[in-house]
Design a protein around this ligand. Structure first.
Ligand code: PEP
Ligand code: MG
Length: 867
């Protein structure tokens, strides 16, 4: 028969699944001989059974009674004894900490009969009646959903908590509370202690499914089916006078990681008073002056806990009449900076190994440390909140078009309904990008993340029209300054103060780690991560400057150069000429492309540079259909010849596609537009030859996008090989393909016959596997999907291991079966996502490639995955 209750002396810290974090740690402290009030834990199994059936498992009642007797024996008091009652606390405690999300009820066991006894025993009638009114309030709210305000109103009418109510006033308050209880529940406040206890346990079970708890788990990616344990513990009282109190403490500073205990203590109070922040707390140093013995004992316990858990611990404690009790401990939450500092300190102190230290920090934390940040204490009310698409803190004057952004001399924020490839120069020039449409994979978001630029998108409350933006009743004009927080999605009016990230300045080589605990810790862990990692980390970079930064950030190659980015700006007319059938266009493009590649190969000398041949549909480089139509109509209305615009319009109409993402792009373009791929291949080979001639060591690779069938690849490969053979002095250049169409993954065995390497384009692979348009869905319905738990995180952000990931595994296996030395990497957005990096490590890839700013994050995660 399943056992549902464990005494604190029976459990230990490894039983978190069964006893929850709090219960497991209370048991551990009890085993260590620390002063923990006696008690027991009702298991998560019991909670799951209760939530499944709606009633307590029958054997649970007997078990609770049995363990309650053990507590009574230990303490020498009886639950419900009118003369000297044992009182209990009933607290939730799931496997993962869910601060404040579930319920706690204190002082269980008090009744009309025992309140007087408690007063006599403690010699403190005030305390007894105050405890009773707290019980009715907490019990009413938690077990019977009585609205908290109903009690608050009575308390305020009696003069409030700070007023030091007299015994008579407290007795009146108890009466008033009981009336409130009756009015809302239709029954009297239960007087039988055992009934109180079981009702409280049931309420804690149910609080697992409270709306806020469910939401919190969804956000924190905690499974919804774990259930909570319930800890039942003998009450100790911090509110029994000035030699009593309650506090929280940390074994190191959780904000900075600095060594030394840190905590708050509140005299003559219960835990809820500390959390409510009703009264001012004192520091632990002050506690030392009023109760040196308890303080000394507390410090020695904290030291033991740290050594035992080998990490920063936080604790909750209570002092009752000068006697110290431990109510909780756990490995404490900390800021990202503290996580790095503490991990390195613990290595220095000989407590953990470097491998363990790597497990104590995460790529997410490093990412947090790399963003500039706002001084939010100084920030005004936000104007609105959008999708936090690319983190960072940006301040600038509003501009509504890309040209104005590019021409600006002051910092600007580009504000658009949405962006398109045309906006690139403006996006590069702006401090940040704000859009009213689109989600995390909209054009604005993807490009901004690639550039490490702050972006808030999909801020739907913004109405952007005709050189104005209105939001929440305010109108902003071009030139008005706003501040964007890309980490929270908040948009502020005016300039909020910004702090640059010292960690980025360190990676850039502007700061050394010497003498700075955080930078020294980052340096040490990065070195160890690189040493441990099996996955290499390459960067997605299209320019020499991006590649150089990626290299400074530790990339050991370029995994994706998107050559279409070289077709923008002034070169657009060359694409127009190409589309209009001008044979000279390719010849004119050749030297420009050659120069682009030379720059890139110079920046990445002696490292692989994977150049992807042009991918998007060519009409993306032409003026938009509406704009052209209007221009032509205007010319015609004036009786003028629309000239080139007329020809362009015909071409745009001819090339118009309903689904451009599934249309004439990638390898299909190479097969349809004669000479286009050949020009790019020649430019790559000639640039490499020039670098060799100049004494360099270029290592280009050619990558063909959007391949779905080996025949496509074989055709372009044959053409590319003949071009390569015709360029003297070029180094050997490998030819490979992206795997981004599901069919390519499934036929990887065939495709590997014509590819020396694979690179997973997981953006398109996700788009095509789910059938989700990557530019549209996030804003349109992902909110609902996330709400329904269809996925916990967008599959465009973290690789969908079951579906898209399965295609990756299949392709790796089939590709390597054909060609055992096949190099396999990934260059979709997932390459820089911490959870996905681990997936790619496990799937046996050789490298991940991500935007330069995410390179350190991927390096750290690659090390963590291997350690
Ligand atoms: C991809 O599809 O994952 C990829 C890297 O290519 P792009 O994002 O340019 O389509
Ligand atoms: Mg792609």
């Amino acid at each position: 028969m399943t056992r549902y209750v464990y005494d604190f002396v029976e459990g230990n810290m490894d039983l978190k699944d069964l006893l929850g974090g709090k219960g497991a740690n209370l048991a551990e402290m009890t085993r260590m001989g620390l002063p923990v009030p006696p008690g027991f834990t009702v298991t998560t199994d019991a909670c799951r059974a209760y939530l499944r059936t709606g009633s307590m498992p029958t054997s649970l009642l007997g078990e609770v009674e049995h363990h309650l007797r053990m507590v009574q024996n230990q303490i020498g008091k009886t639950f419900g004894d009118p003369d000297d009652p044992l009182l209990l606390s009933v607290r939730s405690g799931a496997k993962f900490s869910m601060p404040g999300m579930m319920e706690t009820i204190l002082d269980i066991g008090l009744s009309d009969a025992s309140v007087a006894g408690l007063g006599r025993q403690t010699g403190n009638e005030r305390f007894a009646w105050d405890s009773y009114r707290r019980l009715i309030q907490m019990f009413g709210k938690t077990v019977f959903d009585v609205p908290g305000e109903a009690f608050d109103e009575e308390l305020a009418a009696a003069g409030g908590i700070g007023a030091g109510l007299s015994v008579t006033q407290l007795q009146d308050l108890v009466l008033a509370y009981k009336k409130v209880f009756h009015a809302h529940t239709g029954r009297d406040f239960p007087q039988a202690p055992h009934e109180q206890l079981f009702l409280a346990i049931g309420a804690v079970f149910r609080s697992w499914n409270a709306e806020r708890a469910t939401l919190y788990r969804r956000q924190e990616r905690i499974p919804q089916d774990l259930g909570t344990a319930v800890n039942v513990m003998a009450m100790v009282f911090g509110n029994r006078g000035d030699d009593s109190g309650t506090g929280v403490a940390f074994t190191r500073d959780p904000a900075t990681g600095r060594r030394g205990v840190y905590g708050d203590y509140l005299r003559n109070a219960q835990g809820e008073d500390v959390v409510a922040g009703i009264r001012n707390t004192m520091s632990l140093a002050e506690l030392a002056t009023i109760d040196p013995a308890s303080h000394r004992q507390l410090l020695s316990i904290m030291q033991r806990l740290e050594q035992h858990y080998r990490d920063l611990c936080d604790i909750e404690f209570t002092i009752e009449n000068g006697r110290l009790w431990m109510l909780q401990t756990r490995v404490g939450k900390r800021t990202p900076a503290a996580a790095f500092v503490i991990a390195a300190q613990l290595v220095d102190e000989g407590t953990i190994t470097l491998d363990e230290a790597l497990q104590r920090v995460t790529g997410e934390q490093l990412a947090q440390l790399m963003f500039p940040s706002f001084d939010t204490a100084a920030a005004p009310e936000p104007l609105t909140t959008g999708v936090p698409a690319s983190p960072g803190a940006a301040v600038g004057a509003i501009v509504f078009d890309s040209a104005a952004a590019a021409a600006a001399t002051e910092p600007v924020i580009l504000v658009r309904r949405e962006t398109n490839p045309d906006d690139l120069p403006g996006m590069i020039a702006a401090q940040g990008i704000l859009t009213s449409r689109g989600g995390k994979t909209s054009h604005a978001a993807v490009v901004a993340r690639g550039m490490g630029k702050t972006c808030v998108c999909g801020a739907e409350e913004l109405v952007i029209d005709d050189g104005l933006v209105t939001v929440a009743g305010r109108t902003l004009h071009a030139g008005d300054v706003i501040s964007l927080d890309g980490t929270t999605g908040k948009v502020y009016p005016g300039a909020v103060a910004v702090r640059p990230s010292p960690v980025v300045r360190y990676f850039e080589g502007e700061l050394t780690a010497h003498g700075d605990p955080l930078l020294a810790a980052v340096e040490r862990l990065m070195i160890h991560a690189d040493h441990t990692a099996r996955l290499a980390v390459h960067a997605n970079a299209d320019t020499g400057a991006d590649a150089a930064r990626a290299r400074r950030f530790g990339a050991t190659g370029v995994g994706l150069c998107r050559t279409e980015h070289m077709f923008l700006g002034d070169r657009r007319v060359l694409i127009e000429r190409l589309i209009l059938g001008d044979d000279g266009a390719l010849a004119d493009l050749l030297p420009l492309q050659r120069a682009d590649f030379e720059e890139l190969f110079t920046a990445m000398d002696s490292m692989p540079v994977t150049v992807r041949l042009i991918d998007p549909p060519l009409h993306e480089f032409l003026p938009p259909l509406e704009e052209l139509t209007a221009r032509v109509a205007r010319a015609e209305a004036l009786g003028q010849d629309p000239g080139r615009d007329g020809t362009l319009l015909t071409a745009v109409r001819r090339m118009h596609e309903q689904n451009p993402m599934l249309g004439l792009r990638g390898v299909r373009l190479g097969l349809v537009i004669p000479g286009l791929f050949a020009m790019q291949v020649r430019a790559i080979a000639e640039a490499a030859a020039a670098r060799v001639a100049a004494g360099g060591d270029p290592r280009p690779e050619i990558m063909i996008p959007l391949v779905g069938a080996v025949q496509e690849l074989e055709t372009v490969r044959a053409e590319a090989e003949s071009v390569l053979a015709s360029v003297p002095g070029a180094p050997p250049i490998r030819i490979g393909t992206m795997i981004e169409v599901p069919r390519a993954a499934l036929t990887a065995g065939q495709i590997a016959g014509a590819a020396e390497f694979f690179s997973f384009g997981t953006n398109d692979l996700t788009q095509m596997t789910w059938g989700f348009s990557r530019d549209d869905v996030e804003g349109a319905f992902f909110g609902r999907y996330l709400g329904l738990g269809i996925f916990a995180v967008s599959p465009f952000e973290t690789i969908d291991g079951d579906g898209v990931g399965e295609l990756v595994r299949i392709a790796v296996e089939r590709g390597r079966a054909t060609r055992p030395d096949l190099t396999v990497g990934v260059c979709g957005e997932h390459g820089g996502d911490p959870a996905s990096v681990r997936f790619f490590h496990d799937a046996g890839l050789d490298y991940v490639s991500c935007s330069p700013f995410r390179v350190p994050i991927a390096r750290l995660e690659a090390g963590r995955a291997a350690s």
